[in-house]
Ligand binder design. Sequence first.
Ligand SMILES: [Zn+2]
Length: 169
Amino acid sequence: MILPILRHGADALHTPAAAVPEMTPAIDRLIDDMIQTMYAAPGIGLAATQVGVPLSIFVVDVSVGRNAADLMVFINPEFVEREGMQLEEEGCLSLPGFNATVARPSRAVLKGMNRGGEEQVVEATGLLARAFQHEMDHLDGCVFVDRLRGLQKDLIVRRIKKLARAGKW
Ligand SMILES: [Zn+2]
């Protein structure tokens, strides 16, 4: 089932997620729905907070469905290592139409459960390291505009407010 994706400003998107206590059939279904929603968007990642579920789960696929091995599910993830810095344009399914250059680590090692309940440790660089950090931010209730400063941030926030006033957000 394709789930509605919350947009910047929705309370649930700005609230930190809680740990998943145990895998249940309902959580398994949620993960299926999140994968389907991510591909339908299309996007390279989706966090549970973006579909209004305050649990520590995200899905990511930098190939957007072209390579089955690229699909990863992380439950209760945490960073083991982060280093370096990359500056690239970034977007978000919760901020359709907006992009900005965001500083992210160039390498990240993430640890968490896969959907089979087993621990996985994944080392990422480049786009995947960026995606990990972006989705981890969502689980902290943080959206990429929150990481911007000054004029760049003001501009996006002002345009969102204008769209919201016009009923287009
Ligand atoms: Zn996002």
